[in-house]
Design a protein around this ligand. Sequence first.
Ligand code: FES
Length: 109
Amino acid sequence: MSEWKKVCNVSEIPFLGARVVQTAEGDVAVFRSNGDEVFALHDKCPHKGGPLSQGIVAGKTVTCPLHGWKIGLDTGDAEAPDEGHASCLQTKIDAAGIVWLSLAERPAC
Ligand code: FES
């Protein structure tokens, strides 16, 4: 399966925050960085499952609201010294500014 799910206009995602999209694989957090780049991670911190969508984005990381782990938005990896990984999904923004989320079987990272 390699279908794309329409999310919303990029301007509807909170700046330096996220919007949650429900998928068959669980909730996905779609983040907006300060450069209006968009990233998607499963909305589950690799530490203890905290909601990454409620974290604060800085650069290309999000800080988990529960215990402060920093997760790379483009890698899904926890920043050292912490260890863990959240699956990433591919995103794209079309010419009209609409954000799309890939529901491909294989995660982007
Ligand atoms: S659950 Fe995210 S840092 Fe602990």
